[in-house]
Structure formats: C-alpha cells, structure tokens
Ligand binder design. Structure first.
Ligand code: R5P
Length: 310
C-alpha cells in the first residue's frame, strides 16, 4: 500500500498565460484545478478571489516567470489568499525561473537582484520546481533560496528531439556557460560538441570567437543555449557558422524568452529553424517538458516535500 505521503496529489492553479503547459500536464495526470478570479481594477490594482475549496490541500501554482515584474505581485496575493483559505502548502512550478542574471556586483551602486527575488519567493512559497535555471556563479539554487527547490533538466527531451529529427549533428554552445547543457545533450545524442568564447559588450551586443570547424563540415550544426532573449548571442553564432562554410544551423533554446522579432532576426541571419522547449509559451515551442515536470513532482512527493501534514 502506498504511504499517505505518496497519496497526496496537489491541486493545480494555473496562472493566466500558462494554459498550454497546464493542458499538457492534465493530459498526463488528472489534477484537480483551483478555480479563481484574478482581474485588475480600473486603476490597475489586482482583485482576486479563490473559488475552490482549498482547505487542508496542497496547491501547486503553475506560473512561468518570464516578465516577472508584472507577475510577482498578483502571484504573491494568490499565494496569500490560498493560505488564508486553508491550503496547507503552496508551491510553485515555474518552468522558467527569472532573476538569475545579476548574481554579482559588477559596478558600485548595483544590487544582486537574484538574491532579493529569491528572498521574496522563499517568503511566499513552501517549495519551488523549475527547469534549467541560469546558474552561472551560484552552484545551486540553495545558495539563495531558503525553501526546498527541485531543478529539472531539459537535456533528455532535447537529445530525443535531435535524435529523432537531425542526421549527423554537431552541437555548438555560444559561450562557456552553455557548456553545462551542451556537453550533457551531446553525450546523450552521442555527437561531438564545440564551445565558443563570448564577450558581452552590452544588453544587445556580443562578440564571439569560434574554434576550428574543419573536421565538421559535413555535420548539421545545432546551436544550443539555455535562454534566447534578444537573440543576439544566437544570431552572432549563426553568422559565424555560416561564414565558416557550414550549412544553415538549427537554433535550440530551453527558454524562449525571445523578444518580439528575435526569432525572425535569427531566420534572416540564416538559421534553418528555431526550436524551443515549452517552459515559456512561444510559437517556436516544439519540445514538450510536461512529462519532465510530472516526474519531478512525483519525486518531490516521494521525498516527502508534500508532507502528510498529519
Ligand atoms: C547568458 O549567458 C545566457 O546563457 C544566454 O546566452 C543569453 O541570455 C542570451 O541572451 P541574448 O539572446 O539576449 O543574447
């Protein structure tokens, strides 16, 4: 007989804008949904009301945190309201976790926003599940988050997609941070990989240098990065690869932060295709991670994070 802990199935509250991922989760498992009203008053302040009975339950809020500034306050109110209505635990499934960019003070007067955001979320939530957070100078989320966190990875799903769709690939990472993802995926696909050197000159300006491609001219280049935002990093990589005589590369990103026109810019620069995981809803989504999230939830549950509360 499974223990009481293992039987506990969280309710799912889908934050607006996350419906497609929610539908994918529901396909695998029939979560009971939390119904609620969330709207803005004419002065743009938030009104919200929980309609479902959440007393004594554990609620998983599904909210990908792209554009976090506009989402955080309503999310905070939602979590408070759930607790006030008697929810025992409120956790967050954030397929994309924001505010990991500033992990160091580079110039006097700056502040480490990643720490402050982590403190705010840690004070609001009981746990957090996310996919491939942009950990650069932090070795793990535990360095800044004070709640249990689980990090899931897109590497298996990306590797599967490459195996099923591309013949003779070579994986290319645009900068040293990308090596952690690129080397894992390359290992799983059983293919070589190369890492470029990047120097960031500004928010939308990067300089890249490429190692020799001499031995890989017959391969299909796949550029892989965790985030595609302005698209400049990928764009420069695409241009460099084409300049070096290789065929049109495929751009793969875990998180489609993609600014408007960034995908178009990549295609115009010569990319054959842009494909992303569905951690952020976007027309380029082609790799579904809902099964990965479900497996993570299950592991969390088995480890007792969804405690019995007894
Ligand atoms: C940074 O190191 C990340 O891994 C990405 O390379 C970066 O966020 C991409 O940004 P953009 O698309 O604006 O060049």
């Amino acid at each position: 007989m499974p223990s009481e802990k293992q039987n506990i199935q969280p309710l799912l509250l889908t934050y607006p804008g996350n419906e497609s991922f929610s539908a994918a989760l529901h396909q695998h498992l029939n979560f009971e949904s939390v119904e609620y009203i969330l709207r803005s008053f004419p002065d743009a302040e938030t009104y919200l009301r929980i309609l479902s009975d959440v007393a004594e339950t554990k609620v998983a809020v599904l909210c990908s945190l792209v554009h976090p500034n506009e989402k955080f306050l309503p999310l905070y109110f939602l979590c408070k309201a759930l607790k006030e209505q008697g929810a025992k635990e409120v956790g967050l499934i954030a397929p994309y976790l924001a505010y990991l960019r500033q992990d160091k003070i580079f110039q006097s007067g700056e502040t480490i926003t990643s720490r402050h955001f982590a403190t705010l979320l840690s004070e609001t939530l009981d746990w957090l599940i996310t996919v491939d957070p942009h950990l650069h100078r932090y070795s793990s989320l535990a360095e800044i988050y004070k709640i249990p966190t689980m990090v899931l990875h897109a590497d298996n799903s990306i590797a599967e997609w490459i195996k099923n769709n591309i013949t003779n690939p070579i994986l290319i990472g645009p900068d040293s941070e990308s090596e952690q993802w690129v080397s894992e995926v390359a290992k799983k696909v059983g293919t070589p990989h190369l890492i470029l050197q990047k120097v960031r000159k500004g928010d939308r300006e990067v300089e890249l240098s490429l190692p020799s491609l001499q031995n890989f001219q017959n391969h299909t280049p796949i550029i892989l990065d965790d985030i595609i935002s302005s698209g400049e990093t990928m764009k420069k990589t695409v241009q460099l690869i084409i300049k070096n005589g290789m065929s049109a590369p495929i751009c793969v990103g875990v998180h489609a932060v993609l600014e408007p026109n960034a995908e178009q810019g990549l295609l115009e620069a010569g990319a054959k295709q842009v494909i992303t995981c569905n951690t952020i809803p976007h027309s380029s989504n082609g790799i579904d991670l809902s099964q990965t999230i479900l497996e993570g939830l299950k592991l969390f549950q088995e480890s007792g994070v969804f405690s019995s509360g007894g």
